[in-house]
Design a protein around this ligand. Structure first.
Ligand SMILES: *Cc1c(COP(=O)(O)O)cnc(C)c1O
Length: 353
């Protein structure tokens, strides 16, 4: 296996999975493990399953299809395209939905293979990404229960991701109320009230998550031990589950500022460099095609990324107390955005170790 290499620590990930399940269980909440940001690595899915996850969430149907053989419930996070409903009924156990035309199509496809498809109706409570508006709830439930091959498994909300709306007693409480109203008015039982993603975790941790929320879809919280909304660390987690390994391809003492007439760089930008004389410059084999250098951080805090282009990242290693040589491997911590890019790049090797 070569480099760039995305490394996922199996033990650390397993611990985070177990810890998250335990934190949520205390509040009667089931965790759907969201692994989408890894792209789709079967060994990663297996770590989640081995450590107690019963439902895995992906945004791309392809990834759920690839794990068809794994003994776990598969939840499709992104609203289905009309064109994928035929595959959806084959490979997805639970789908998040918000469009009646698509729900009807799912029922139609379900009928063909004699399956009743579980769905979670998404309700928009202000974040303005997916979900029906509150005023549409009755119409939707009425229409859904008329359909033979879909089962309204529950309702859900997504917050923070787009509009930055923070989960509160008000919006989550409203979701619970809507659920109760549906159950009463339509005399049905909703198994799942899905209260969002990792940004809801702070309310689970401080014990203020409204009673009735019994399901969360957790990506970042398990992978990074943090939660989006407040950027706080969740106690007792590992914060370095994934890291990036890059190989040194050049190491030379050179000027700190370019020489010659300065125009724009390969990305149409005029860049400015402070002239601090000669420095030791290190190039690693990784560039914007793999990940934005701003989204990775050297583990060695004595070295500093100066910049990068499509295939190169340039690092000032002058102050390094470790001897760095051509061919050495440097380690980097990565952000959510970096993992998203690295996980889906075909140039990046992936190792679960
Ligand atoms: C990605 C996603 C999640 C998980 O988000 P995290 O912030 O990583 O926990 C949950 N729900 C939906 C609909 C998503 O698309």
């Amino acid at each position: 296996m070569g480099y760039p290499k995305l490394v996922i620590d199996k033990e650390k990930l397993g611990h985070n999975v177990r810890e998250m399940i335990s934190i949520c269980k205390k509040r009667g909440i089931e965790v759907c493990g969201v692994t989408k940001v890894y792209g789709g690595i079967l060994e990663v899915e297996e770590v989640y399953i081995e450590n107690g996850i019963k439902t895995i969430g992906h945004a791309r149907l392809e990834n759920l299809k690839a794990m068809e053989h794994l003994d776990v419930k598969k939840l499709l996070l992104r609203l289905p395209m009309l064109s994928e409903c035929e595959d959806l009924v084959k490979y997805v156990d639970i789908a998040l939905v918000s469009e009646i035309e698509i729900i009807r199509k799912i029922s139609e496809e379900g009928k063909k293979i004699n399956k009743k498809q579980d769905i979670i109706l998404m309700i928009d409570l202000g974040d303005l990404r997916e979900g029906i508006i509150k005023e549409e709830v009755n119409f939707y439930v009425e229409e859904i229960i008329k359909l033979e091959n879909v089962n309204l498994k529950g309702i859900g909300v997504n917050l923070t991701c787009f509009g930055g709306v923070i989960p509160t007693n008000e919006n989550l409480g409203e979701l619970v109320e809507i659920g109760k109203r549906i159950e009463k008015e339509f005399e049905i039982k909703l198994d799942i009230i899905s209260g969002g993603n990792s940004s809801t975790l702070y309310k689970v941790l401080d014990g203020t998550v409204p009673e009735g929320i019994n399901h969360l879809r957790v990506g970042e919280g398990i992978i990074f031990g943090t939660e989006a909304g407040y950027q706080e660390k969740i106690p007792n987690m590992n914060y370095d589950v994934p890291h990036l390994e890059l190989e040194v391809i050049e190491l030379k003492e050179k000027n700190s500022a370019p020489t010659g007439e300065i125009g724009v760089n390969a990305f149409g930008k005029k860049v400015e460099f402070e002239n601090i004389g000669k420095i030791i410059r290190c190039i690693v084999a990784c560039g914007k095609q793999d990940v934005e250098y701003k989204d990775i951080t050297p583990k060695n805090d004595k070295i500093k990324i100066i910049g990068g282009s499509s295939d190169h990242t340039i690092i000032d290693v002058t102050k390094s107390d470790k001897n760095i040589e051509h061919g050495d491997i440097l380690n980097f911590g990565i952000s959510y955005t970096a993992l998203l890019a690295l996980g889906t790049s075909k140039y990046v090797y992936k190792e679960v170790r």
